[in-house]
Structures are given as structure tokens and as C-alpha cells.
Design a protein around this ligand. Structure first.
Ligand code: OAD
Length: 243
């Protein structure tokens, strides 16, 4: 059972005051108040309307590169209309108020950076960037290539969004930076993620084993909720602002 939101916010404020290294992990929920759909919310979540195996796997891209590319173009168009919300702003403010602070996001929307967060670890990539599908080729999109998908100028393979699809590994730099941060984390705050997709979903467990305090900000219960020391069962904007 979770406490009253005001009590839980106070507990989190106290934990922040004594924390040496706070790590925040965000998910799609932090961008919900910017008007971007989450994945697993039963009504409006992207995975309630689309099948991930049709759109977010390397196999899907091989099968139908145009459809996958157009789906990401549609999401990029939504993103162009979105702005950071008070939840993003609050996390930006927090980075200068605790001794050490690391922000890891599963989001591919870049809204934390737009809000002014520094050194954000993009665990699942970034939808605004494009890479060659024929790794390790490093060919880049060339201005004016409006094909769907555009073609790599170096090797002629299809270019793809620079995001992690199901069945793919986490980018090496993001993984090692996360592991380094988690090793010294004494306060872990999970914000707006369903805690269902690994390896990100395993981070809380990992730091809890080292004695870190675990906090969650999410209006809905997740598999993490019953293990968290502090649970703020509200949309992120309001409690983050109060913090
Ligand atoms: P999900 O859609 O799985 O979860 C979003 C969470 O945000 C849910 O638990 C909601 O209850 C919560 N939520 C909704 N509105 C909120 C608000 N205003 N404030 C705070 N929380 C809110 O999204 P993720 O956990 O980010 O990966 O999903 C993880 C990964 O699964 C994504 O990165 C993506 C997806 O498939 C790939 O595409 C590889």
C-alpha cells in the first residue's frame, strides 16, 4: 500500500537531501504530459494500436522498410509539436541540486535535452537520428534524400532510425555509462516507466541489492511498486515540480 502523495514526496525530498549519487530512470510516462503517447497504456498506448513485431524489430524493417520508416516519420512529426513539460524541467533543475546526478532515459524523444538536462544517457537511442542499417557502416543521411527510407551514400543499404528495436542490444556507450552510474547510486528514482522492458527494468533491483533507496513516480502500479521504498502514485509533472 502506498502512502499519501504529499508524504511520499516529502520522503523523496529527504532522500534527495542525503543522497550522494542519485540516478533517475525515465520512460514514456514522463513525456505523456507533453502529448506523446506511451507504449503500454491500455487506451492510448502505441502498443495498444500497433504490433511491435510489425514496427519495432530488425525483421520488420527488412520485411517492409517503407512502412517502418513511415511509422517513425509519423512519430517524428508528433515530436516536432511537443515541448518539454514540468516533469522534464524539474529533472533538469535537480541535476544541480544533488551531489552527483545521472539521468538515464528509455525515451527516444530528446525532450530531456531540450529541457536542458546534461549528459543524458539515451538507453534506447534517439528517433531524430538516422544510421545505416548495415552496421558497422557509418554512412549518414544526406540532405535532400527524401526516399522512404533514405539510402546510405556509402554502401547503398537502407538508413534506419537510430533506436533500439526488440531483439537488439543496448548501445555500448549507454550501457557502460549506466553501469558506471549504477555502481555508486544510493538513490534510484524510476519515473514514468512500466518497468517491464529489460535490461532497464533490472536496474532498480541491481542497485537495491547494494542498499540504494528506490523511489517510483507513476500514477499506475508496476512490477517495481511493491519493492520500492517510496511510491508517488501520481502523474510526474506535479510531484516533480514540488520536489
Ligand atoms: P510504457 O508505455 O511501457 O510505460 C509507461 C508508464 O508511464 C506506465 O507505467 C504508465 O502508468 C506511466 N505513465 C503514464 N502517464 C504518466 C505520467 N503523466 N507521469 C508518470 N508516469 C506516467 O513505457 P516505457 O516503460 O518507457 O522500447 O517502455 C519501455 C520501452 O518499451 C520503451 O523504451 C520502448 C517500449 O517498447 C522500445 O521501443 C525498444
Amino acid at each position: 500500500m502506498t502512502g499519501h502523495p504529499a508524504t511520499e514526496v516529502k520522503k523523496l525530498a529527504e532522500a534527495l537531501n542525503t543522497s550522494v549519487h542519485t540516478v533517475v530512470l525515465t520512460g514514456a510516462g514522463i513525456s505523456a504530459e507533453s502529448g506523446l503517447a506511451t507504449f503500454r497504456d491500455p487506451q492510448d498506448g502505441l502498443w495498444a494500436k500497433y504490433r511491435p513485431e510489425d514496427l519495432a524489430t530488425p525483421e520488420a524493417f527488412t520485411r517492409d522498410p517503407k512502412m517502418v520508416w513511415q511509422w517513425y516519420e509519423w512519430r517524428r512529426a508528433k515530436l516536432r509539436q511537443a515541448k518539454p513539460n514540468p516533469g522534464h524541467d524539474a529533472l533538469t533543475a535537480l541535476q544541480d541540486r544533488v551531489l552527483a546526478f545521472t539521468l538515464i532515459t528509455q525515451n527516444v524523444d530528446g525532450l530531456h535535452q531540450q529541457a536542458g538536462s546534461r549528459d543524458v544517457i539515451e538507453f534506447h537511442g534517439n528517433i531524430t537520428r538516422t544510421v545505416c542499417s548495415n552496421a558497422p557502416c557509418t554512412g549518414k543521411w544526406q540532405h535532400g534524400d527524401e526516399r522512404e527510407p533514405p539510402i546510405c551514400p556509402v554502401c547503398n543499404a537502407d538508413l534506419r532510425p537510430d533506436v533500439v528495436w526488440f531483439g537488439e542490444g543496448i548501445p555500448e556507450g549507454a550501457m557502460s555509462a549506466s553501469l558506471t552510474a549504477l555502481a555508486t547510486c544510493d538513490l534510484f528514482i524510476s519515473v514514468g516507466t512500466s518497468s517491464m522492458v529489460y535490461p532497464a527494468a533490472g536496474m532498480a533491483q541491481q542497485v537495491a541489492a547494494n542498499g540504494a533507496v528506490i523511489a517510483e513516480v507513476n500514477p499506475n502500479a508496476t512490477p517495481l511498486s511493491s519493492h520500492a521504498d517510496i511510491v508517488i502514485a501520481q502523474p510526474a509533472g506535479k510531484p516533480c515540480r514540488r520536489l
